[in-house]
Ligand binder design. Structure first.
Ligand code: GLA
Length: 382
């Protein structure tokens, strides 16, 4: 599939977008402009921005409960008292890009699932107007979220809803990364590459290992549909959020890098601990995520306790081995192979493989996997 040459989207999301989104940690009512500006500061101070996380996305619940007298969306008068244009300036002043959230039907998802009070906050019938409102605020990235947009007599289908907004973006002169989410309902990978830069493939992630693995296991056949300019989106990161151990956060991050997934951090960057920062900014894993070839990896084999993942890179291959079990297991590296303790071959590493996490040469001899731990290697082209 030709995923590279799409004029309307040219030059954006050439590698999987990276940034931060408010939803996973702050959800609806904890979101406010102080959190956003402090997060922007933390993105700079923590080294996240310099590691490539450049989009700061304000998710649902930024809105006032109703539109203004001329039908324009406005920001919540208390939580975003300074207004979104001012917020956009704060974000841009820190060398970051500004992302915002809209929904195509009559309601946003928080109106449905979080009892957010509001009237006509969805963009149905207001597509161009809402897009221009955001463009006027300096928005660089739009997350457009289905939220049962076919209800309330709109008659919208997913394809139609997301195309309408793509057209509105096309008519505006402000370039925007376009992130769509209909949770994989209509196999968006089959049509969204022509429409959007990223498309969700599943329902919402939660901060627990089961959720991470349930989503990871569903990405299996989707690799051929991704490429520069258009990415499968297995949802935002839960790295560093309560509910995942340090090891689980790291494995989650490595799998998302192997999947060429957008890397939208979803933790509280203002209070993040050093191990979490090291996961999110690890140069070896990020180099795999952002590899210029832009080919998505996938799980290539399953053994009793281990999953084996491969991703083609511009100059070799990334190989990930995940211990799915709840106990530690010792494996071995010998003769260019990673094997079980009993010698069953799991993955070929060849000569000169490096541990992507540490940057050091792959070990020779025993290699211990903690529960849910992934080891990631960078293997040279043969
Ligand atoms: C849906 C999306 C989430 C988030 C919320 C906001 O659940 O999948 O990522 O945007 O809506 O209400």
């Amino acid at each position: 599939m030709a995923t590279t040459d799409r004029p309307a989207k040219a030059g954006l999301a050439v590698t999987p977008p990276m940034g931060w989104n408010s939803w996973n940690r702050f959800r609806c009512y904890e979101l406010n402009e102080d959190v956003v500006v402090q997060t922007a500061d933390a993105m700079v101070a923590s080294g996240m921005r310099d590691a490539g996380y450049d989009y700061l996305v304000v998710d649902d619940c930024w809105q006032a409960h109703r539109r203004d007298g001329s039908g324009r969306l406005q920001s919540h008068p208390r939580r975003f008292a300074s207004g979104m244009a001012a917020l956009g300036e704060e974000i841009h002043a820190r060398g970051l890009k500004f992302g915002m959230y809209l929904a195509p039907g009559r309601k946003t998802c928080a109106m449905i699932y979080d009892r957010y009070h509001g009237e006509a906050l969805g963009s149905f019938g207001h597509e161009q107007e809402d897009l221009e409102t955001l463009a006027g605020w300096g928005v660089d990235y739009l997350k457009y979220d289905w939220c049962r947009a076919n209800r309330g007599g709109t008659g919208l289908s997913e394809g139609e809803a997301f195309r309408r907004m793509a057209e509105a973006i096309g008519r505006s002169d402000r370039p925007m990364v376009y992130s769509i989410s209909e949770y994989g309902r209509t196999k968006p990978w089959t049509w969204a590459p022509e429409v959007a830069h990223l498309w969700r493939t599943t329902g919402d992630i939660a901060a627990n290992w089961r959720s991470v693995m349930r989503i990871a296991d569903r990405q299996h056949a989707l690799a051929p549909f991704a490429g520069p300019g258009g990415w499968n989106d297995p949802d935002m990161l839960e790295v560093g959020n309560a509910g995942l151990s340090g090891i689980e956060s790291r494995s989650h991050f490595m799998m998302w890098a192997m999947l060429a997934a957008p890397l939208m951090a979803g933790n509280d960057l203002r209070t993040m601990d050093e191990p979490t920062r090291q996961v999110l900014t690890n140069p070896g894993v990020l180099a795999i995520s952002q590899d210029p070839l832009g080919r998505q990896g996938s799980r290539t084999a399953r053994h009793r306790s281990f999953d084996v993942w491969h991703r083609d890179l511009a100059d070799g291959t990334a190989v990930g081995i995940l211990n799915r079990t709840n106990r530690a297991i010792t494996a071995r590296v010998a003769g260019g192979w990673l094997t079980t303790a009993r010698g069953t071959r799991l993955a070929r590493l060849g000569e000169g493989a490096r541990n992507a996490w540490t940057g050091r040469p792959a070990p020779d001899g025993e290699l211990t996997f903690s529960a849910h731990e992934m080891h990631l290697f960078r293997v040279r082209a043969a």
